[in-house]
Design a binder for this molecule. Sequence first.
Ligand code: NAD
Length: 290
Amino acid sequence: MVDGGFAGKTAVVTGGASGVGRALCACFAQEGMNVVLADVEAPALEAAAAELREQGGNVIGVRADVTSPESMVELEAATREAFGNVHILCNNAGVGIKEAQRRIWTLTPNDWEWGFGVNVLGVANGLRAFVPNMLAHGEAGHVVNTSSGNGGLASLPTTPIYAATKAAVTSLTEVLHYQFLMEQAALQAHVLFPGPHIVNTNILSSMRNRPERLRDDDEPVAYTTMADLAKATGMENMPLTEPEEVAQTCLEGIRAGAFWILPASRANDAQFRARTESILARSNPVLPGA
Ligand SMILES: NC(=O)c1ccc[n+]([C@@H]2O[C@H](COP(=O)([O-])OP(=O)(O)OC[C@H]3O[C@@H](n4cnc5c(N)ncnc54)[C@H](O)[C@@H]3O)[C@@H](O)[C@H]2O)c1
């Protein structure tokens, strides 16, 4: 086990049962941390936690719904009961909204409520539940919010709600960073941008976790495979990024004290630069690929 200064400390990861979150849990466990793997999907969460324990990790699974403030408060209490103080909080749970290729004005109130409920209020609920005690215990700590290059840095035209939620995650994490500085806190904020390419996860089957009360349309999903998604976004010739690579980048970013945790590859820099330059030049955005 490598001791990078994190051994014996405690990490909590929401959306920990799958994809990026699961890889983050494995990475922290490998560092010798106590890990709380939190997710709304109980069977997947138990299986993932058991697998990491078999590999020697000190990991517990706790069912938690990030859209519920009460559930997140219970997660915080369960974490402190099991392991004491929290040192790394990853607000990572996120969903794709089944909106791909649909026009923004056709999306329903339930689409908006679900997307913002998980991707934005989920982060806010994580902050409300965990940050007060992380500040109070006074030890060094990190809050990592998972955004996306899509929306978090430059918006694709095809995923209206998702992109808007990730813009919000970037913005609220910048505010968190400033406020930690204003408080002279021992805590650091980080915003994680998984990539550089589409990450090979289960996000295209996000509908598995959509609550019954927020299901109101039967429009078919635009993509069911990562290959279809890659094709539709003009990325078909690029390899998928594996979640383990994202987790490693995240760990290095935390260690380096980086606010912007971006992929080492600069594959998407041109897109981010074009957006920034368009703002500074007061020129209108150009349709990507046009
Ligand atoms: N896959 C990509 O290409 C990509 C790119 C950029 C950013 N991201 C972001 O990475 C994060 C992780 O997504 P992923 O790609 O690993 O997808 P994933 O579907 O494999 O994992 C997401 C996890 O979140 C959980 N979850 C969903 N709703 C929840 C809720 N209400 N409460 C608690 N947990 C909930 C799911 O059960 C699942 O285990 C998301 O924030 C996503 O937006 C993904």
